[in-house]
Design a protein around this ligand. Structure first.
Ligand code: SAH
Ligand code: SF4
Ligand code: F3S
Length: 443
């Protein structure tokens, strides 16, 4: 009897963005109500869920090689259930079962509340595929969130995207933009804080396009931030990912006068060339982005900005690429993610010929060298400064504790007095490749 052997074990592997991280937790909770406990060891699992990403070809193909590697596990334990969730599930649906017969269920990002019922269907010998965009809020049908062992949490407020950038699969895999109602967000935030969470990151594919219904009409993201800031015990608020065109005045103002809103903003620009921005359907110019950054910095001079860049978009010339490098030199980013363009089936850009691979590789290298130098400079500038750090977990070295500064820098201290969940004042003493080191001054 399964009961006699203890609880069933669930192994989840998460690919892609933070929304998938949030969704994986919520799926674990949904299946927790069915008696599953999570494990970090795939070999001991009764169910393996791959929560996948479709954003670039490499990410999507990785899923298939990982599925291939599950074959011996399934052979050793035929009762093992294998599920594919996330954006590859949404984009490829039934095709996954055809290509990988060992898969038992396929569930798209809007149907996670149906997982318990789907696992029962698997027990009955079926192979359910659910890639609907149901009208109900999937989160409403998931159990209340359990006590978190971490002092930080993600909270999805908005999902989907109506922007249709020419390169991007998200509007197809996540569907149209939907904002969760205000009351549900506030309720979830209060519950998280009651359970010890001190920092909440609001998530959305286009988080600053948030426009949720409240009792007195439609709220924007700025108003959500203001309302969350009133929750006692919640000390830090962040949000990601933002589109430049949705950076409303009220949100910029909140960066200026809401101390709980952290001085870090991820604001993807993708390119610094107006021609390429237009071809990407980004609907703003490089100059408009730079002016926007000026307004944000006028409100909060010390804000740390990060961005996403794509190199090798179809038609990108050397001059276009140089315009991107110029924009980076002008703005100065504290961090950046950069990618080589990957043609995605079904997107408008996929029909145009791409840039030669060697050219794209060389551009990516040059761009990464530039942003790395800016990232280092931003870190070096912290040395000697006193920052606040929310400690999240023990570090790799004995006695070490790591956490994040207000600016989202990883900071480690070696101090037996540092506790998880504490916000400490830390004097930064050193800057390493990807983190800062410091000494704890006190609470
Ligand atoms: N909603 C966010 C980003 C979602 S995807 C936004 O609007 O910025 C995260 C990043 O992946 C994008 O910012 C982009 O830089 C990159 N990306 C998306 N599609 C891509 C593609 N086809 N090839 C390469 N990079 C891509
Ligand atoms: Fe993709 Fe553009 Fe939407 Fe971002 S704004 S999710 S890049 S379509
Ligand atoms: Fe990837 Fe889907 Fe997120 S494609 S980046 S997991 S929204």
């Amino acid at each position: 009897m399964a009961e006699a052997e203890g609880p069933k074990k669930l192994y989840i592997k998460t690919y892609g963005c933070q929304m998938n991280v949030y969704d994986s937790e919520r799926m674990a909770e949904a299946l927790g109500a069915e008696g599953y406990v999570t494990t970090d060891v795939a070999e001991e699992a009764d169910m393996v869920l791959l929560n996948t990403c479709h954003i670039r070809e490499k990410a999507a193909e990785k899923v298939y090689s990982d599925l291939g590697r599950l074959r011996p596990l399934k052979a050793a334990k035929p009762s093992l259930k294998i599920g594919v969730a996330g954006c590859v599930a949404q984009a490829e649906g039934e095709e996954i079962l055809k290509r990988m017969p060992l898969v038992d269920l396929v569930v798209g990002p809007q149907s996670y509340h149906r997982l318990p019922q789907m696992t029962k269907a698997v027990d009955a010998g079926e192979k359910p595929v659910d890639t609907d965009f149901p009208a109900e809020d999937k989160f409403e049908h998931l159990p209340e969130r359990p006590v978190s062992s971490r002092p930080t949490a993600f909270l999805t407020v908005q999902e989907g995207c109506d922007k249709f950038c020419a390169f991007c699969v998200v509007p197809y895999t996540r569907g149209a933009e939907v904002s969760r109602p205000v009351e549900r967000i506030l309720r979830e935030a209060r519950a998280l804080v009651a359970k010890g969470v001190r920092e909440i990151t609001l998530l959305g594919q286009n988080v600053n396009a948030y426009h949720g219904e409240g009792e007195d009409g439609t709220w924007g993201l700025a108003r959500i931030v203001r309302e969350l800031a009133r929750i006692e015990g919640l000390d830090r608020i962040r949000y990601t990912t933002s589109h430049p065109n949705d950076m409303e005045e009220a949100l910029i103002a909140a960066h200026g006068d809401e101390p709980k809103l952290m001085p870090y903003l991820h604001l993807p620009v993708q390119s610094g060339s107006d021609r390429i921005l237009k071809a990407m359907n980004r609907k703003h110019t490089a100059e408009e982005y730079i002016r926007l950054v000026e307004r944000i910095r006028a409100a909060r001079p010390d804000i740390l900005l990060s961005s996403d860049f794509i190199v090798g978009f179809p038609g990108e010339t050397d001059a276009d690429f140089e315009a991107t490098m110029d924009l980076i030199r002008e703005v100065h980013f504290g961090a950046a993610f950069s990618f080589k363009y990957s043609a995605r089936p079904g997107t408008p850009a996929a029909e145009k010929p791409g840039v030669a691979d060697e050219v794209a590789d060389a551009r990516l290298q040059a761009l990464q060298a530039l942003v790395t130098s800016q990232q280092r400079a931003a870190q070096e500038a912290m040395v000697g400064r006193e920052v606040r750090v929310l400690f999240e977990k023990a570090g790799r070295l004995p006695g070490q504790m790591v956490g994040k500064s207000d600016y989202l820098h990883a900071v480690h201290v070696a101090d037996p007095g540092a506790r998880v969940g504490q916000i400490g004042r830390v004097r930064i003493t050193e800057s390493g490749p990807n983190s800062l080191g410091g000494v704890l001054l006190g609470a």
